[in-house]
Design a binder for this molecule. Structure first.
Ligand code: ARG
Length: 468
């Protein structure tokens, strides 16, 4: 007996080629402790249903504990002949407790409900890890935002806000950084929402697809494994993988959100922008150019976003049009998502370190903030407050820009006469909005860039992130 789970009806063993194709222990071994936890819970259900004596159940728990200890210290390993983590652990359990007792554990369960349960448990745990790491990044962004909000004599840092990558309107640096933080906070919220659904659906008790006939209590197993409920439909319990796809989506969205920060850091660190300096410990050098300091963390973040999106699309493609119930195609659901988990767990700590140690050149940002006529909207809105219809105000402000371009000057360099010449509405009082400080202070509606509002949203963000 090779320890196969399904020898009975076959005259010969599987070909080596089939075994090589079929084997999944090289990636599903990481689910070992979850499989063992599932077996503990299943043994309890068998005991509660009167299918194991107390001594037998105790012996199974002892054997499983022994396997878990060896799994943890790395001495437990699958054999070449093991097809998957479930088969390997059953073989090893039988080696530990003997075939008489060990052979009883498989009753009333299938690898189909086993894997569907373990994978959920694994993702629930790693979803929590990833959520924690994203919250660390949110926190780093919030800390940077707080540090640049100004206090006492220091003014809040102002930067050129952009649309189409062109200078648009001045904004607070803190406001910009918090925009990234809000996006990431929604990702954490998505994970919390996903978690509630996944935790309610323990598939144990679904069997291969049709349920089990042995009087086992799936709710007992669910509670043992930390689920809040068990699957209402055994076919759905074994055949659905939307919980995997949804996780892969959130992972991809996190990757995309991080890549948007990454792209900005890369731009900001160029000589042309000169907005940030990277900390030595969070940037890299060149093997040939001694002067180089490269934003490798951000570039890797940008690159890994592609990989995370690929994992999602690959998985959805595998799932598309699969008939009910379990099909072996579903074994392909693990590697992409394991990769997404591993990618985020290595990427996020590095990225957070880079963000936390960014040094902003706020003088450079402030110098550029009013350039490119970014106060033109302020002129138009000032005119509106003076009673001029916006359509005309927009024309007048546009004429100011045109005049400045002809003269090669900035808006605040127009003389009182030049303003009056463009429009009689443009009295010298317009100068009150021709400073970046006046501009940002005027955008004081909820969500706006006025310092008072940005302080308010920082508090709001911190409150929400503490509640997640
Ligand atoms: N290793 C399989 C998977 O990952 C579980 C085993 C189910 N195999 C089967 N022949 N029913 O999906």
């Amino acid at each position: 007996n090779t320890g196969k789970l399904w020898g009975g009806r076959f005259a010969g063993g599987p070909s080596p080629e089939l075994e090589a194709l079929s084997r999944s222990t090289h990636f599903d071994w990481r689910l070992g402790l979850y499989d063992i936890a599932g077996s503990h819970a299943h043994a309890k259900a068998l005991g509660a249903a009167g299918l194991l004596s107390e001594a037998e159940e105790a012996e199974l728990h002892r054997g499983l504990d022994a396997l878990a200890a060896r799994f943890r210290d790395g001495s437990l390993q699958p054999a070449e002949s093991d097809e998957d983590v479930h088969g390997a652990l059953e073989r090893l359990l039988i080696e530990e407790v003997g075939p008489e007792v060990g052979g009883k554990l498989r009753a009333g369960r299938s690898r189909n409900d086993q894997i569907a349960t373990l994978f959920r448990r694994y993702l629930l745990d790693h979803g929590d890890v990833v959520a924690g790491l994203v919250l660390d990044l949110v926190d780093a962004l919030a800390t940077q935002a707080a540090a640049h909000l100004g206090e006492g004599d220091t003014e809040p840092a102002i930067m050129p806000g952009r649309t189409h990558l062109q200078h648009a309107q001045p904004v607070l640096l803190s406001h910009h950084l918090l925009a990234h933080a809000w996006a990431l906070l929604r990702d954490v919220d998505r994970l919390a929402d996903w978690r509630r659904r996944v935790a309610g659906d323990s598939p144990y008790g679904s069997g291969a697809l049709a349920g089990q006939s042995l009087g086992l209590d799936p709710q007992l197993v669910a509670a043992e494994l930390g689920f809040t409920g068990s699957a209402a439909n055994s076919i759905d319990g074994t055949a659905s993988r939307d919980f995997v796809a949804e996780f892969a989506f959130v992972a991809a969205q996190i990757g995309v959100d991080v890549s948007r920060i990454a792209e900005e850091v890369i731009l900001w660190a160029t000589r042309e922008f000169g907005f940030v300096t990277l900390h030595d410990s969070w940037s890299t050098g060149s093997s040939i150019m001694p002067q180089k300091k490269n934003p490798d963390i951000s570039e890797l973040a940008r690159g890994k976003a592609g990989r995370l999106v690929g994992n999602l699309t690959g998985l959805l493609t595998t799932l598309k049009a699969l008939p009910l119930a379990y099909n072996r195609d579903l074994q392909e659901d693990k590697e992409p998502v394991f990769d997404s988990v591993d990618t985020l767990e290595v990427l996020l700590p590095a990225f957070t370190g880079q963000v936390a140690t960014l040094v902003f050149d706020t003088d450079r940002m402030a110098e550029l903030a009013p350039q490119g006529f970014s106060l033109a909207t302020d002129i138009a809105e000032w005119l509106v407050r003076e009673g001029v219809p916006f359509r005309i105000a927009h024309e007048v402000a546009g004429a100011c820009v045109r005049r400045c371009e002809e003269l090669g000057i900035e808006l605040d360099e127009l003389s009182d006469e030049q303003f009056a010449d463009i429009s009689p509405h443009l009295t010298p009082a317009v100068r009150s909005v021709l400073t970046v400080e006046g501009s940002v202070a005027s955008r004081d509606g909820r969500g706006g860039t006025a310092p008072v509002r940005v302080r308010e949203q920082l508090d709001e963000l911190r409150g929400r992130s503490a509640a997640l």
